[in-house]
Design a protein around this ligand. Structure first.
Ligand SMILES: *[C@@H]1O[C@H](CO)[C@@H](O)[C@H](O)[C@H]1NC(C)=O
Ligand SMILES: *[C@@H]1O[C@H](CO)[C@@H](O)[C@H](O)[C@H]1NC(C)=O
Ligand SMILES: *[C@@H]1O[C@H](CO)[C@@H](O)[C@H](O)[C@H]1NC(C)=O
Ligand SMILES: *[C@@H]1O[C@H](CO)[C@@H](O)[C@H](O)[C@H]1NC(C)=O
Ligand SMILES: *[C@@H]1O[C@H](CO)[C@@H](O)[C@H](O)[C@H]1NC(C)=O
Ligand SMILES: *[C@@H]1O[C@H](CO)[C@@H](O)[C@H](O)[C@H]1NC(C)=O
Ligand SMILES: *[C@@H]1O[C@H](CO)[C@@H](O)[C@H](O)[C@H]1NC(C)=O
Ligand SMILES: *[C@@H]1O[C@H](CO)[C@@H](O)[C@H](O)[C@H]1NC(C)=O
Ligand SMILES: *[C@@H]1O[C@H](CO)[C@@H](O)[C@H](O)[C@H]1NC(C)=O
Length: 604
């Protein structure tokens, strides 16, 4: 019995031992870890990063939630590579040498939420490569060499929310490439050699809220590029060195809150294309060669809070540039060529909280006084503006500044009333020179006191003179030159009298040669200038003369032979002649304009 119990005891211990061994054995088969990886059994993470793997290791723990395979030398992913990892949430394959991903490579990863494939050598994505990733939310395929997105590439990714595809070499995006992506909210695309906006493909993305486009080789953003993207809130286009123009309807259909077009080649703010973006809050045109923000052009953007135009070519921000922008909180125009930023540019500076104005050649004058007065309420982002005179005007007390930041009111030089007379059809310039600090800007008002343009028949020249080309009698009147700067204005009246054409025509004929035209009117001056349309006049009269002359000559020759036959030779003939132009142009003509001219023909 005793032996029996001893044997029994031994057996029991043996069984227990075996049981224990069995337990450890099963726990080991349930949680294997490939040799080169480190498995964190508590967090269910498998770290196979940076271990020179050339293929996905086998024997991965089936309950893993994260598998990190970054910085290895994996070149291909074969079909159903990860089939057993049904619980995997995150898979990171960045920084490998991936060239091919076979169709259904990820089949079985039904729980996967994020997939990172950045910094590989993918040139194309096989249709069906993403099959089975029904819950994937984030896909990162940036920094590859992908050239095209084929039709239905992403069709299996119904839950996808974010695609990051920057730093590829996209040349073509097929119309149906994004079919099936019904939940994508954000997409970052890249295309160096895209010859057209992939408008057709984008229409599939009807949940899209944010679209980033990097490196476009377009010169013009075409009309209706983004229509159908009715939910899009954020559009960012960057690094397009050729993009110069946004067509009038290029942003049609969009209701954006944020628009960025930076590092492109826009030379003007695209006022027209964005005028309907009344919900816009954030606007960024940094690093474009934009030279000016014009007055009263941004007023439609009534909810705008931030305007960034850093590193541009801004020379001027006109008075009224931000009129209507009652919510403007931030203006960043650092690194431009501004000499001033006048308080008149703003709707109200009370809303302004942040001002980037550093790295501009600011002139130290009264136009900066408002900045000083508000400087305690303004955040300069750590870079105070300084002016070209070299001192930081914010270092002075508010009391001493008005003496330092001064302006001088404009003064028009040669300040006496001018009268200018000119003949119809000629070009005349009315001069207006002014001095002041800052240098005043010159504008001209017409006799009806309406501002005159910088282009047209009557135009303001860059030097401030007013040029009237082909002067007409109705241009006569008093023009007003106004020189104004931040300190005030000065004005000068110049009266212009345009003599109607007829009064000058009679003085304008002077031809030397076969014929002389003694005029019946007194005060004939042979050296007077010909009027502007002398060419027309000459042609008309020449044609008239030629026919007239030929008939006269025939008569004359006839007379000559006839008189010769009679024995008396007549050497001269005087013929009355009314110039044709004077006859046709009778408008406003006075009696003596219609006078007859006479010419004498001499027989040799
Ligand atoms: C994974 O392993 C690598 C190499 O041993 C190590 O440098 C890295 O910090 C690990 N990563 C994580 C997330 O534990
Ligand atoms: C994978 O590991 C690398 C290196 O340790 C790390 O930078 C990366 O964030 C990890 N990926 C994930 C998804 O945790
Ligand atoms: C774009 O096309 C030009 C010629 O058309 C070529 O030289 C250049 O390498 C292409 N760039 C990319 C990123 O494919
Ligand atoms: C940018 O536009 C200007 C004209 O506005 C042009 O001269 C220049 O070549 C353009 N730059 C590029 C890189 O196309
Ligand atoms: C784009 O639309 C604007 C405004 O309707 C129109 O003036 C312009 O001609 C269009 N441009 C093109 C290239 O169709
Ligand atoms: C435009 O967007 C704003 C919010 O960003 C929203 O309140 C408004 O209803 C939208 N308008 C249209 C016509 O969709
Ligand atoms: C303006 O933008 C530049 C460049 O993005 C930035 O460094 C600077 O801090 C900004 N200034 C302000 C006042 O926000
Ligand atoms: C302004 O320029 C025009 C032509 O460029 C010239 O005729 C005129 O004399 C100039 N005015 C002054 C005041 O120099
Ligand atoms: C000139 O200054 C006066 C006040 O000094 C002002 O009323 C007037 O509007 C100014 N005129 C112009 C054209 O700026």
């Amino acid at each position: 019995m005793f032996e029996g119990t001893a044997v029994h005891h031994w057996l029991c211990r043996g069984a227990l031992y075996l049981l224990a061994v069995g337990v450890t054995l099963t726990s080991e088969t349930r949680q294997p870890c490939p040799q080169s990886c480190r498995c964190n059994t508590a967090l269910l993470e498998v770290n196979c990063s940076d271990v020179q793997l050339s293929a996905v290791p086998i024997g991965l723990p089936q309950d893993a939630k994260l598998l990190n395979l970054t910085r290895n030398k994996i070149k291909t992913l074969v079909q159903q590579q990860f089939q057993s990892l049904t619980k995997l949430l995150h898979l990171d394959l960045s920084d490998n040498l991936l060239v091919i991903i076979e169709a259904e490579a990820f089949l079985g990863l039904q729980s996967l939420l994020t997939l990172h494939l950045a910094r590989n050598h993918l040139k194309i994505i096989t249709v069906g490569a993403f099959a089975g990733l029904t819950n994937l939310q984030i896909l990162d395929i940036s920094c590859n060499e992908i050239l095209v997105f084929l039709d239905f590439t992403f069709r299996d990714l119904a839950a996808l929310q974010f695609i990051k595809a920057t730093d590829n070499d996209l040349v073509f995006i097929s119309h149906q490439a994004f079919t099936g992506l019904t939940n994508v909210q954000q997409i970052h695309l890249d295309g160096c050699n895209l010859t057209a906006m992939p408008t057709g493909a984008l229409t599939q993305l009807n949940s899209l809220r944010s679209l980033h486009f990097h490196r476009l080789s377009l010169t013009t953003l075409p009309n209706y590029s983004f229509h159908h993207l009715v939910r899009l809130k954020e559009l960012c286009i960057s690094h397009c060195p050729w993009l110069e123009v946004l067509s009038g309807n290029s942003l049609f259909g969009l209701n954006l809150t944020s628009l960025t077009i930076k590092h492109c080649n826009l030379s003007a703010v695209p006022y027209i294309p964005m005028h309907h973006l009344v919900y816009l809050v954030y606007l960024d045109f940094s690093f474009n060669p934009i030279t000016s923000i014009h007055g009263n052009m941004l007023g439609d953007l009534l909810r705008l809070q931030e305007l960034h135009l850093v590193g541009g070519s801004l020379l001027r921000i006109e008075i009224g540039a931000f009129r209507g922008l009652t919510h403007l909180k931030l203006l960043n125009v650092s690194r431009n060529h501004l000499t001033a930023l006048e308080v008149g540019a703003f709707h109200s500076v009370d809303t302004l909280k942040t001002l980037g104005l550093d790295n501009n050649p600011l002139a130290c004058d009264c136009r900066l006084l408002w900045v000083v007065r508000r400087h305690l309420n303004l955040d300069f982002g750590g870079h105070s503006p300084t002016c070209t005179q070299g001192w930081n005007f914010l270092g002075f007390s508010v009391a001493e500044l008005p003496g330092l930041l001064t302006c001088r009111q404009p003064q028009i030089l040669n300040h006496k009333r001018q009268e200018v007379k000119v003949d119809q059809g000629l070009t005349v310039a009315l001069h207006c020179n002014a001095e002041g600090n800052p240098l005043p800007s010159i504008s001209w008002l017409n006799p009806q006191l309406r501002p005159l343009p910088h282009i047209g028949r009557i135009q303001i020249l860059p030097n401030g003179s007013l040029e009237v080309r082909y002067a007409q009698p109705q241009d006569s009147g008093t023009y007003l030159c106004v020189a104004s700067n931040a300190a005030g204005n000065d004005s000068l009246a110049v009266s212009l009298h345009v003599r109607a054409f007829q009064s000058s025509s009679k003085n304008s004929f002077h031809l030397k040669g076969w014929f002389a035209f003694p005029s019946a009117s007194p005060g004939m001056n042979g050296n007077q200038k010909l009027p502007f349309d002398v060419k027309t006049l000459l042609i008309a009269t020449t044609i008239g003369f030629l026919s007239f002359l030929s008939s006269v000559s025939v008569c004359f020759i006839f007379m000559f032979f006839w008189s010769k036959g009679k024995g008396q030779i007549k050497h001269t003939a005087t013929i009355a002649y009314v110039p044709r132009s004077a006859m046709s142009n009778s408008k406003g003509g006075t009696g003596n304009n219609m006078e007859t001219s006479r010419f004498t023909m001499k027989l040799i």
